[in-house]
Design a protein around this ligand. Structure first.
Ligand SMILES: [Fe+2]
Length: 287
């Protein structure tokens, strides 16, 4: 089965959101949506999500799933907003509970913040499958960037989130709490074990040096041969050394603090205070 894949690129966070639809039919899933957030003013807007919604409506699609590859640290999820507009069940990896536990502590969330993943409609684990109309999706647990990262394999297409990026850019960082470069190496082997012709859709693109255009689609075969961090048979030791050294030089993503607080709640804001106002926290010297 060869699903039709429509990509939406967000310039502000370099995120690629996808609508994956049946080749003949109206069922679709939306993967890794974006809620726009201006950090300086604390304001959200729905321009990015509205583009996806407009496409879904114009094509007469039926949204069955709103999938997250993981708890993103660089953009806010628009999953609840999209669900309100066009329906669909919100899914993520079942290790979300680990992420909720970690960041529940970091943000000193009270007992009203459930750490059981109950904010999501579906928690997936390795080996689970699901359907988008007649099309089957399979779940690979691919941790390393975060403990809850999933790869969704839908027909001949793998949505790898932040595990692999384009071959000329490499792989995702592994230095967030719960991340591990060794684990990411092992997870990537699962993706590389898919057939060479499998289409690979990445979660971000930053234009590698020497490339002028954004890109987000490649194949397992290309990743195996050409990925600068892991291709042509790099060993786990080589990878771990490179990844950890590189991660030590990286600053935190601009939106990490708002993103985590919202995305660990399945894209919902923290509860309103007694005036009906919503606040996000800035933990000092904790991340
Ligand atoms: Fe990420």
């Amino acid at each position: 089965m060869t699903p039709f894949v429509k990509a939406f690129f967000d310039d502000a966070t370099f995120t690629v959101s996808y609508v994956v639809r049946e080749p003949h039919g109206t069922a679709c899933a939306i993967i890794d949506s974006v809620l726009d957030f201006d950090h300086a003013s604390g304001r959200t807007n729905t321009d990015s999500a509205d583009k996806v919604i407009a496409y879904v409506k114009a094509e007469g699609l039926n949204v069955e799933w709103i999938l997250e590859s993981h708890v993103h640290a660089d953009h806010l999820s628009a999953a609840p907003y999209i669900q309100e507009q066009v329906g669909g069940k919100i899914g993520i990896g079942d290790n979300i509970t680990v992420v909720q536990d970690t960041f529940g502590k970091v943000f000193n969330e009270g007992t009203e913040f459930q750490r059981d993943g109950s904010q999501f409609d579906q928690l997936f684990k390795e080996g689970d499958s699901f359907h988008i109309g007649q099309m089957r999706g399979d779940v690979l647990h691919t941790p390393g960037h975060t403990p809850a990262c999933l790869t969704y394999v839908i027909g001949d297409a793998a949505f790898v989130g932040d595990t692999l990026f384009m071959p000329d850019f490499g792989t995702a960082r592994c230095d967030f709490p719960g991340g591990s470069s060794e684990t990411l190496y092992q997870s990537i082997q699962k993706i590389l074990a898919l057939p060479d012709e499998t289409r690979v859709f990445v979660g971000h693109d930053y234009k590698a040096p020497g490339r002028d255009e954004y890109a987000w689609e490649t194949t397992v075969g290309e990743q195996k041969a050409l990925n600068i961090h892991i291709g042509s048979g790099k060993s786990i030791d080589e990878f771990v050394q490179m990844r950890d050294a590189r991660d030590a030089t990286l600053g935190m993503p601009r939106l990490i603090l708002p993103s985590l607080q919202v995305n660990m709640r399945a894209g919902q804001m923290p509860p309103e205070d007694d005036q009906g106002d919503v606040f996000l926290k800035i933990p000092v010297n904790k991340i």
